[in-house]
Design a protein. Structure first.
Length: 145
């Protein structure tokens, strides 16, 4: 498998580390990744995490027209407000203030697959967001019928 799929909730240990789910570690291993590039999601209380391809997607947008006013915002977002997270030999990452302050994570992390990247959420906030997303999709389906 080469996509981040599904979701799982893992507890943070007494040293502030959390295990990345085995399925996600398999994708990371297949991609040869020992660290993650992470961003604070713009429109949700989540951290986006993945390989350098996640950063490269933003940089490709910047390269299209670096003189657009939005280019400064994109650069600040992906360069100035990104972080690298090291994965230890046991498949754990440290839940830093960078993660906690944006997400509200305290004792557990919900890992959520998003295809080419995954997200880290506070579990209750993830459940609420997931329920809202399903309701929006259901309304769109009903409106199309």
């Amino acid at each position: 498998m080469d996509r981040f799929l599904s979701n799982a909730v893992n507890k943070i240990d007494s040293k502030g580390r959390v295990s990345v789910p085995a399925l996600f570690r398999g994708v990371l291993q297949k991609r040869g990744l020992g660290e993650l590039y992470a961003l604070q999601a713009i429109d949700m209380d989540a951290i986006d995490a993945g390989g350098m391809d996640l950063l490269e997607r933003y940089e490709a947008r910047l390269a299209e027209d670096p003189l657009l006013p939005s280019s400064d915002d994109i650069s600040m977002f992906c360069h100035g407000d990104g972080a690298f997270l090291k994965i230890d030999s046991d498949g754990r990452i440290t839940v830093t203030d960078f993660i906690r302050e944006h997400t509200g994570i305290a004792n557990e992390v919900a890992f959520v697959g998003r295809g080419h990247f995954f997200q880290m959420w506070e579990p209750e906030r993830f459940r609420a967001f997931r329920d809202e997303a399903r309701a929006r999709l259901r309304a769109m389906r009903e409106a199309a019928a």
